[in-house]
Design a protein around this ligand. Structure first.
Ligand SMILES: [Zn+2]
Length: 46
């Protein structure tokens, strides 16, 4: 479920791209350009 407000600063969320970091089998995998909702104020991604 996607909140429509940032839970940290109550800022507005907009659609954007972010990086997602996952730990798989002892390795760190970074997936770029993952669609996400990003807070306009603090940059937190959901
Ligand atoms: Zn925020």
């Amino acid at each position: 479920m996607i909140p429509d407000r940032c839970s940290f600063c109550r800022g507005k969320l907009r659609e954007g791209k972010t990086e997602f970091m996952a730990h798989v089998a002892g390795e760190v995998i970074i997936i770029k350009d993952v669609p996400a909702y990003i807070c306009e104020q603090c940059g937190e991604a959901y």
